[in-house]
Ligand binder design. Structure first.
Ligand SMILES: Cc1cc2nc3c(=O)[nH]c(=O)nc-3n(C[C@H](O)[C@H](O)[C@H](O)COP(=O)(O)OP(=O)(O)OC[C@H]3O[C@@H](n4cnc5c(N)ncnc54)[C@H](O)[C@@H]3O)c2cc1C
Length: 385
């Protein structure tokens, strides 16, 4: 029987890619404990990702990238998270957004071409900073308190963004800002400058190495053509599946850890390892139910999104949300059950389980949030009649 993690590999090409990423993930796993403890950003992991060509996996072939499909991206993101959830989530925003820009074409062509060239030649990365303390999640429709005001040749942007993942390493990012003179909100591509400061506020229980600090913009300049015009096609947001892929990857790591533990740990009053105890066997079975259900939904959703013509992709939103909902909630259950099996030792920092437990919790607060998914599913159901 092959390994569970390999179950969704479909071809030799995918296997080769997965093996490369597995080697990276192994290295990141060795570093994960220290970065988690210190809350430090794993710059060396990103250097490794850049050298391995990982940052360009979703860039179109025309610019020298690999142009991977959503399914292929999910496969690799899950594997990275198996080694280190923080690094996977952080780079997931980048590779996911490049995929999204490729399919939605929402950026002006010249801006996207420049980004792709810079990703391929210099390892540039991108993320969007849309959350603010006053608005909470941008998906709920709050108006940003960050403003964009016209100046010669562009815009001056002022405000403070929270949860800005990758902020220690990015040389450019997208921000949402309110334009008072037009009474509307738009997105702008902003480059790092002396008008942009990273305030090191990220000190959380989980995903501590994502560098999701506050970013403060004090009249940061965005050129005229750096305003994202709102053109492009709704692609249904399939790229967001990098999020469930990440949390499933963490849960898989917890599952594999506890399988080994249960098969080797034998208290001296037992005749065999704890894996032979009926309740442990039942719990392992339950872990398999949670994981296999979540993964089958995740990969089915990714595959379907890849196959659907562009105009039908927005209809997949409830399915994509369902995959995320089940993956994140099941991942939390899996890590919890793994810790119950391991017992008190699971609390020790010498084992990775307690980090998985803290990291996996963050999935609840990545989009789409549970109540939004339930709302979308309900709306879908109610629209039938
Ligand atoms: C590890 C991590 C990385 C992240 N990286 C990024 C990033 O790179 N860029 C970025 O922009 N953001 C990022 N985020 C932020 C994320 O997308 C959310 O904006 C953030 O977690 C706040 O979401 P929230 O739903 O808890 O907040 P809020 O919207 O403030 O909600 C707070 C609470 O109120 C409830 N609530 C609010 N409004 C409603 C409503 N209308 N109906 C029902 N309930 C409601 C929510 O359910 C929640 O329980 C990241 C978050 C995490 C955890």
């Amino acid at each position: 029987m092959g390994r569970l993690i390999d179950q969704y590999i479909r071809s030799e090409e995918e296997r080769e890619r997965a093996e490369k990423v597995e080697a990276l993930a192994g290295r990141f796993a060795d570093r994960a404990g220290a970065h988690d403890l210190e809350g430090s950003f794993p710059f060396e992991n990103f250097e490794d990702l850049r050298n391995a060509g990982y940052l360009k996996i979703t860039v179109p072939k025309a610019f020298g990238g690999d142009e991977l499909s959503l399914y292929e991206m999910v496969l690799l993101q899950e594997r990275l998270a198996y080694g280190d959830g923080s690094t996977a989530l952080a780079v997931g925003w980048h590779v996911g957004q490049v995929l999204h820009l490729r399919t939605s074409r929402k950026w002006p062509d010249s801006l996207f071409a420049q980004l792709c060239r810079d990703v391929v030649s210099d390892g540039a990365m991108i993320n969007t900073f849309a959350t603010e303390a006053a608005t909470g999640s941008p998906t709920r429709g709050g108006r940003p308190e960050t403003t964009a005001v016209r100046t010669d040749g562009g815009w001056l942007i002022t405000g403070r963004k929270t949860f800005s993942t990758l902020s220690p390493i990015l040389d450019r990012f997208v921000v949402s800002a309110y334009i008072p003179e037009e009474d509307r909100t738009a997105e702008f591509l902003v480059f790092a400058s002396d008008r942009v400061t990273v305030a090191e506020t990220w000190d959380t229980i989980g995903m501590r190495a994502t560098g999701s600090h506050d970013v403060v913009l004090d009249g940061a300049f965005a050129a005229e053509d750096a305003r994202i015009t709102g053109k492009g096609t709704d692609d249904g947001g399939g790229w967001l599946l990098h999020i469930p892929a990440c949390y499933i990857g963490i849960a898989l790591a917890a599952r594999d850890f506890v399988l080994k533990y249960a098969q080797t740990y034998r208290p001296n009053y037992l005749t065999g390892p704890i894996a032979e105890l009926p309740w442990v066997e039942q719990s392992i079975g339950q872990i398999e139910v949670e994981l296999r259900t979540a993964r089958s939904l995740l990969y089915a959703a990714a595959d379907r999104w890849d196959r659907e013509p562009m105009e039908r992709r927005p209809h997949l939103k409830p399915e994509l949300g369902l995959a995320k909902y089940v993956a994140t909630n099941n991942a939390i259950k899996v890590v919890d059950m793994a810790m119950r099996i391991a017992g008190g030792a699971s609390l020790s920092r010498t084992f990775p389980l307690e980090r998985y437990y803290r990291d996996v919790r963050a999935g609840l607060h990545n989009p789409p949030m549970d109540n939004m998914v339930l709302q979308a599913l309900a709306a879908d159901a109610l629209s039938e009649n």
